[in-house]
Design a protein around this ligand. Structure first.
Ligand code: NAD
Length: 355
């Protein structure tokens, strides 16, 4: 392992950078935030100030995107901006010789996702996508139990991610948030929440999604003019896996009273419930009457922030010179399922997931 500290530039001083990326980088002995760029300069200034106070480090407020790209001290960047900038900034940073940790959804088209992957390969730089659901301890435990065959062969599943909406989370607080604008977000609750579960389910089950059928609607959310938002706020999708298993994925911004981040997996010998019981986030019930409950960390929610582990894993990959497990290819597969769901909803037909 190299003895070097990985110095980071951050694109976007928004909520994910504030709550997860910058504290987790700063708490890692091998990571350091050295510069932040946000077109709303006060946000970058505020975050730089917070990091200086909390960690006693000096953080530059960059004047432009280019200033981050041109800074030779910066070895890696985090792209934590609205979705429309992900591909452009990732490609520019890789071309500038930086490793990139890009937030989900990795891009706004599969073509852009492929360009990001190709650029990482050509430049020899690391590309990792922020699919943190896989690193949550209950999901890690579930994967282990599934691989041990505890519930037998998986036949079906239900996976949900819903909360009251991003307008209370985003630094653009209120109905004018970029999350509600198609031109900035490209996709609504399926890009914000659904893509976490498309990634989770294919990883947990170890099989790809083959086909999707979906209803994707804008039911309730209004923009700052009181008009319906231009992306969807609810998605109910049926997924068929290559293994033959079938299941349901829902993503919602209108679960108004409480967050739902629950996954249930049904197998030939029993079933497993993840994230429903806060004391025991993994519960196993078998057809023979046996039961087991596991106290393994928590499934993170917007209100209960637990460290994502994503920056730690990214820093390890850079220092050990290994390819990130949650690679660009993995991010693209999660996005391809979202694209198929959108296509199904738009056409009223079952859609094949592009490989
Ligand atoms: N992995 C997760 O669990 C998770 C959770 C929340 C958000 N996210 C993702 O993180 C990204 C950011 O979301 P957020 O919640 O922090 O949003 P946010 O609205 O809180 O912050 C986004 C910030 O990006 C800034 N920005 C806009 N254009 C920029 C540019 N060209 N360069 C630099 N900064 C720019 C905005 O001014 C804003 O401050 C989104 O892609 C979102 O999907 C991931």
């Amino acid at each position: 392992m190299s003895e070097e500290i990985v110095k980071f530039g951050i694109f976007g001083a928004g909520s994910i950078a504030i709550y997860r990326h910058t504290p987790e980088i700063s708490n890692n002995p091998w990571g350091q935030v050295v510069a932040i760029y946000d077109p709303i300069t006060e946000r970058a200034e505020w975050l730089a100030d917070q990091l200086e106070q909390r960690y006693g480090i000096e953080v530059e407020v960059a004047e432009s995107e280019q200033a981050i790209l041109d800074n030779p001290e910066i070895e890696a960047v985090v792209v934590a901006t609205p979705n429309k900038h992900h591909a452009r900034l990732t490609i520019a940073a890789l071309e500038a010789g930086k490793h990139v940790l890009c937030e989900k959804p990795m891009a706004t088209s599969l073509e852009d996702a492929q360009k990001m992957i190709d650029t990482a390969k050509r430049t020899g730089k690391k590309l990792m996508i922020g699919h943190n659901q896989r690193l949550m301890p209950p999901h890690v435990k579930a994967k282990q139990l599934l691989e041990q065959g505890v519930i037998g062969d998986v036949l079906s599943f239900r996976t949900s991610f819903g909360h009251a909406g991003p307008e209370g989370w985003s630094q653009d607080k209120g109905p004018h948030t970029w999350f509600f604008k198609k031109e900035e977000a490209y996709v609504g609750t399926m890009g914000d929440l659904g893509v976490h579960k498309t990634d989770l389910i294919r990883w947990l089950l170890g099989t790809e999604v083959k086909e999707a059928a979906a209803f994707i609607e804008t039911l309730a959310k209004k923009n700052e003019k009181g008009e319906p938002i231009t992306v969807e706020d609810n998605a109910v999708c049926i997924l068929k896996m290559e293994s033959g298993a079938v299941g349901q994925l829902t993503a919602s911004w209108t679960y108004t009273a409480a967050e739902d981040n629950i996954t249930i997996i049904y197998g030939t010998k029993g079933q497993m419930v993840l994230g429903a019981n806060p004391d025991f986030p993994v519960e196993v019930m078998l057809a023979n009457g046996e039961q087991a409950k596991y106290k393994v960390g928590a499934v993170a929610t917007n209100n209960v922030q637990v460290a994502s582990g994503i920056p730690d894993e990214f820093i390890d990959c850079i220092l050990d010179d290994v390819e990130p497990r949650i690679s660009g290819e993995e991010g693209k597969k999660a996005l391809a399922i979202v694209v198929a769901c959108l296509k199904s909803a738009a056409t009223g037909q079952i859609a094949k997931v592009e490989k």
